[in-house]
Write a protein that binds this ligand. Structure first.
Ligand SMILES: [Zn+2]
Length: 304
């Protein structure tokens, strides 16, 4: 039997701080008509312009996935997109009153719970799927990443990450059915290496970061001075390194939480296709640039 499209039952809101811009904003999710897809509406801009969450509107992938229409941007949409895909929500209009989606706890968990609080409702139209009919490969030799989708009877994703790191091992994550997303992937938080952190903070690239919305891996021995400096940038008295090379009070929610988060990000970026894929996805070292280029390759190869 064909699956039906879904939207949410009633409008719901969520507020928080954007990771990169530090802007405090509110997202309000509204039910939307069948076949309308996922759209963001910048209600703080004159005329309330709408930006379709589609791959052709991706304008930047440097620290997250940013979409724009006529220079009106929405930053860091990937965890929101993953939550919508994970709950099989096809159609929703998202009002946002600033440039960047709130980072919340760095995962999709809170968005999932807010959407569920609204309720997910079936609509009177069949869902369209993209059934992959040939192997499609994207590689980026410089970065060493490789993303593949090939024909299969259902949707699955295998992710492998390798940061050539002593504290973050080579890790894998597997999603065998989208129904696993909510419990197995949605709670997985974003992560960063300590060595990048100071640079990011100094260049003001993570204005909304604090030590609760990212896992920080500490690769090398760091001095008390370095720790104190990073602590002060986070407005904390002091931070420390726990066993396993993780900073502060964060404890991993899953042993392979980073690989699971990369799978979450990939799922969010693949949602920019505008319909769910039926096919087997295999990703080695995915990232937002590679993910969105991969999606563009699928659009081209499948003549969408
Ligand atoms: Zn992410």
């Amino acid at each position: 039997m064909a699956e039906r499209q879904h939207t949410i039952a009633k409008s719901v809101s969520i507020s928080g701080t954007g990771l990169h811009t530090g802007q405090v904003g509110t997202l309000t999710f509204h039910p939307a008509l069948p076949n309308s897809g996922i759209k963001f509406r910048r209600i703080d801009v004159e005329g309330c312009p709408i930006v379709d969450a589609r791959v052709e509107n991706v304008v930047d992938t440097s620290r997250g996935t940013t979409i724009a229409k006529d220079n009106v941007k929405v930053y860091t949409i990937e965890h929101i997109m993953a939550a919508l895909r994970g709950l099989n929500v096809d159609n929703v209009l998202i009002d946002i009153d600033c440039e960047e989606s709130p980072i919340l706890d760095g995962s999709s968990k809170i968005v999932i719970s807010v959407l569920k609080e609204s309720g997910i409702v079936e609509q009177d139209f069949d869902r369209k799927f993209l059934k992959i009919n040939k192997k499609i490969v994207y590689t980026h030799p410089k970065v060493g990443c490789k993303l593949i989708v090939e024909p299969a009877d259902n949707f699955s994703v295998d992710v492998k990450v390798d940061y050539n790191s002593q504290v973050l091992n080579v890790q894998e994550a597997h999603l065998n059915d989208i129904s696993e997303f909510e419990s197995e992937f949605a709670p997985c938080r974003t992560f960063v290496f300590f060595q990048e952190l100071e640079m990011l903070l100094n260049y003001n690239l993570i204005k909304g970061g604090d030590l609760s919305n990212a896992i920080v891996f500490v690769e090398k021995q760091v001095s008390e001075d370095d720790l104190r400096r990073v602590a002060s940038l986070f407005h904390k008295e002091m931070v420390s390194v726990h066993e396993g090379g993780i900073l502060n009070n964060a404890t991993l929610r899953f042993e392979n939480e980073p690989a699971r988060h990369k799978l979450l990000d990939l799922l969010g970026d693949m949602t920019l296709l505008g319909m769910p894929v039926i096919g087997k996805v295999t990703a080695y070292k995915p990232g937002h640039f590679a993910n969105t280029e991969f999606v563009k390759r699928i659009v081209k190869e499948m003549n969408l």
